[in-house]
Design a protein around this ligand. Structure first.
Ligand code: SAH
Ligand code: SF4
Length: 353
């Protein structure tokens, strides 16, 4: 049986009509699931008993298990989610004064293997299904006891394990449940998809999904970028920046976030900062830069830039009127910081499948 979590509204309506139910039931059911956090069809008391029985016969309503729950000294929480087939992904909740951000995964492992990223050392096991993407948020809200207002979980970022745009269709379905006013009801601006730079999908999301967009930039010349991110060989900077400009034109109110992990002596020199300034000016982008101190893991071979170097880098950007906050490292005592996520799930050999 299929899990009712993760169906888009239209898909659910179709399913219900097939079962002889009225389309408006979809909204009622959604409210129970996504607004009240119902864990069982029997809780849906404004729906006739016979209908609830039909639902229970045709769908399951369940969440994946949590196989690990750690809280860092700064209050950041990291959970390991275990799906029915035993595969695991990590998810992180970052509480701040006026918002709470959940960082979710899109794949088990990752298609790519950027040199500085711990997730990249784990080969792709598989894409997450839409139900598995949405289930991460359901589990987080259960564990945070967050089924009341005002909600603690206010923002969702696809910055966990995986490259979201290699799983485009399921991400799109997930976002439609996340942003529907009868669903989890987050505004599109409060949902951010972070990509290593898949140009065709950026162009597509810019017209279809329209959430906030973050680009993992990390270098401002093709040679350096290709040496740390292989995807740059396929979609070099010029193509990437042009796609960003199209996103800006399609979504004029939304700034793109460029994520920039500072790696000592690789991309943290004055010429890199100036390169970043010229890149943004050349393509006339509405963007801000998120400067990210590198989070080390062994054995990665990169070093975090010194604090003075990071502040100096930021000064150059500021001097040229760029907005460039330094991201505070959160949760690194439990390996929950950016780029540190990895699960033990392995791709099975064909013979074991
Ligand atoms: N695959 C997507 C989203 C997940 S990575 C992407 O690459 O954008 C989320 C962010 O963490 C990316 O900007 C990534 O480049 C960054 N990151 C990866 N490894 C890191 C590390 N060791 N320290 C700090 N940030 C890292
Ligand atoms: Fe994958 Fe993003 Fe890590 Fe690159 S940085 S390996 S795309 S998760």
């Amino acid at each position: 049986m299929k899990n009712i979590i993760g169906f888009t509204k239209n898909q659910l309506i179709e399913e219900l009509v097939k079962l002889g139910e009225k389309p408006f039931r979809a909204t009622q059911i959604w409210k129970w699931i996504y607004v009240n956090g119902a864990q069982d069809f029997s809780q849906m008391t404004n729906i006739a008993k016979e209908t609830r029985e039909i639902l229970a016969k045709n769908f399951i309503l369940s969440r994946p298990a949590t196989s690990m729950d750690k809280t860092a000294n700064d209050g950041t929480r990291k959970w390991l989610i275990k799906y029915d087939d035993g595969n695991e992904v990590e998810m992180v909740f970052i509480p701040e004064e006026n918002r709470g951000t959940l960082c979710i995964s899109s794949q088990v492992g990752c298609t790519l293997s950027c040199k500085f990223c711990h997730t990249g050392t784990q080969t792709l096991v598989r894409n997450l299904k839409a139900t598995e993407i949405i289930s991460q948020i359901m589990v987080a809200k259960d564990l945070l006891q967050d089924w009341k207002s005002p909600a603690r979980l206010t923002n969702v970022v696809f910055m966990g394990m995986g490259e979201p745009f290699y799983n485009y269709d399921n991400i799109a379905k997930g976002v439609s449940v996340l942003t529907d006013t009868d669903g989890l009801a987050l505004s599109r601006r409060r949902v951010t998809i972070s990509t290593s730079g898949l140009v065709p999908e950026i162009l597509r999301m810019s017209k279809e999904i329209k959430t906030s967009l973050a680009i993992s930039l990390h270098a401002t010349d093709d040679q350096t970028r290709s040496s740390i991110m292989a995807i740059n060989k396929k979609y070099p900077l010029d193509e990437l920046m042009k796609a960003c400009k199209i996103y800006n034109n399609d979504n004029p109110k939304d700034k793109i976030t460029f994520e920039y992990v500072l790696l000592k002596n690789i991309n943290d020199r004055d010429k890199d900062a100036l390169g970043l300034v010229s890149l943004i000016k050349k393509y006339n982008l509405n963007a801000k830069i998120n400067l990210i101190p590198f989070n080390p893991w062994t054995p990665c071979g990169f070093e975090r830039s010194d604090d003075e170097a990071i502040i100096h880098f930021q000064k150059i950007l500021k001097k040229h009127n760029l907005v460039a906050p330094i991201r505070r490292t959160r949760g690194n005592d439990v390996m929950a910081a950016c780029g540190q996520l990895k699960s033990d799930s392995q791709r099975q050999k064909k013979s074991q499948r």
